[in-house]
Design a protein. Structure first.
Ligand SMILES: [Zn+2]
Length: 454
């Protein structure tokens, strides 16, 4: 049988029958690469032909003891993991190159090792000397972490089997090379095969394995999304290189809540945890100015206050600009449309810029009302009242919906010294002392109350 060439997207892993410039599954350009198909092997018989082992079945009422977890002692990291590291779990930590993944994981490795977990750090990116140098810079050189610089997966697995560590860190999955797969390291099939081998190994031998995956821009190297479905937990390390804040976000977690975040600050001594992110995200806020609104959000299980900044200016272009950093651009278009259709406030002919301060990415619809507040404040050139937080979801009809965990948001605002809040009617507010609540039922009411007649 002749081998037919196959193509797959190195960003999302979708397979395609022929090459094209754009992947229609994830929309990325120039990410489709040809893959050498796996050797066909002996003709496959149906699985039922040979008898397998009967597997043990249990009923639904069987009590399951939760797996024992190990804490590393860095609260921000333990929380993102869902309350510590689960034995025999496979984790993926993705992020842009150079953002600090290796630094974070070396610090975590040192912590786990000090807490009595036998830890091996395998670097396929750097020589052992470089990792040791980093360890010295971070003041971790005395930690009992075992180090290796290797890319041959077979050798790595043999070593792990002999040394029996509790935790192995593989930096990075894109440099691993499985010799049973006939393609270059970093290709979709190599990355997949390596991740599969490592995940299976983790389950079979009770080793927790953390794999580092670089988010890549060009198509020759497969990105971490290709292996997301195989592992138990997927964490992404976000942040701008020029910014000192880093956010570790759980996008998938079989052993804990997804969407949990940990906030870190890049310091000369490595990454330091930030236990009060609200204070940090608001620290750059000056005197109240037009276009600024404070959103009381929830990230994972924790309330986080963050400043939204908008700029609205007459556009010299026939097609005005809509630029968003840290929020969904489709959602912004929707808010603008609702403001125009329901409140009669046009944004045509105006450039609109929206920015979430501090490099945080917000995914909550509850930010709608805060976005609308920032946009209107910028457009009317009127600062919102100081010490006010805003949150709530806007529907296409212009009605406002209460946000989940209203009480937690209000409590956080009060804790940080805010004295008033604008939140939709409905939703459990509890009793939060010292906070004046304004509760509009629709967007028109909100605009009238906050900006006068508009
Ligand atoms: Zn794709």
């Amino acid at each position: 049988m002749a081998k037919t060439p196959s193509f797959s997207c190195s960003a999302c892993g979708a397979s395609h029958t022929r090459w094209s410039g754009r992947c229609d599954s994830c929309g990325e350009w120039n990410t489709i690469v040809q893959e050498t198909p796996l050797s066909a092997g002996p003709a496959k018989k149906s699985l039922g032909g040979k008898r397998g082992q009967p597997i043990a079945l249990s009923d639904l009422s069987t009590e399951e003891t939760p797996p024992p977890r190990t804490l590393c002692g860095v609260e921000e990291l333990d929380r993102v993991l869902g309350g510590g590291l689960v034995p025999a779990s496979a984790l993926l930590v993705g992020g842009d190159p150079g953002i600090g993944k290796s630094t974070l994981l070396l610090q975590a490795a040192a912590r786990f090792a000090r807490n009595g977990i036998k830890t091996i750090y395998v670097s396929g990116e750097e020589a052992s000397a470089q990792v040791r140098m980093r360890a010295r810079r971070l003041g971790l050189e005395e930690s009992p972490v075992q180090l290796a610089a290797e890319t041959n997966l077979r050798d790595i697995l043999t070593t792990l089997e002999a040394k029996k560590p509790g935790l192995a860190i593989i930096d990075s999955i894109q440099t691993m090379w499985a010799d049973n797969v006939d393609s270059a390291p970093g290709s979709v099939s190599q990355v997949r095969a390596a991740a599969h081998e490592l995940t299976t190994f983790a389950k079979r031998h009770g080793v927790s394995i953390i794999m580092v995956g670089h988010v890549t821009k060009e198509g020759q190297i497969a990105g971490p999304r290709v292996v997301e479905h195989m592992v138990d937990t997927v964490l992404y390390f976000e942040g701008e290189r020029g910014h000192q804040f880093r956010i570790l976000r759980a996008v998938k977690n079989r052993f804990g809540p997804a969407d949990e975040i940990g906030v870190f600050e890049m310091t000369g001594k490595g990454l330091a945890q930030v236990t009060n992110p609200s204070a940090l995200f608001l620290s750059e806020r000056g005197t109240p100015s037009p276009g600024s609104a404070v959103f009381a959000g929830i990230e994972g299980t924790r309330p986080v206050l963050v400043e939204l900044q908008a700029l609205v200016a007459p556009s010299p272009h026939s097609q005005p600009r809509r630029t968003v950093v840290g929020w969904d651009s489709g959602r912004l278009a929707m808010i603008l449309a609702v403001l125009e259709a329901r409140c009669g406030i046009p944004f045509a002919g105006l450039d609109v810029y929206l920015n979430v301060a501090g490099g945080l990415k917000i995914g909550e619809p509850a930010a709608d009302l805060a976005v609308a507040a920032a946009l209107l404040s910028a457009r009317e050139d009127t600062a919102l009242p100081a010490d006010t937080v805003v949150f709530g979801e806007i529907s296409l009809s212009g009605a406002l919906r209460p946000a989940p965990q209203t009480e937690n948001r209000l409590k956080e605002a009060q804790k940080l010294g805010f004295t008033s809040a604008i939140a939709p009617a409905g939703g459990k507010t509890g009793t939060v002392a010292g906070l004046t609540l304004t509760r509009p039922s629709d967007l028109v009411g909100f605009v009238g109350e906050t900006f006068g007649a508009g």
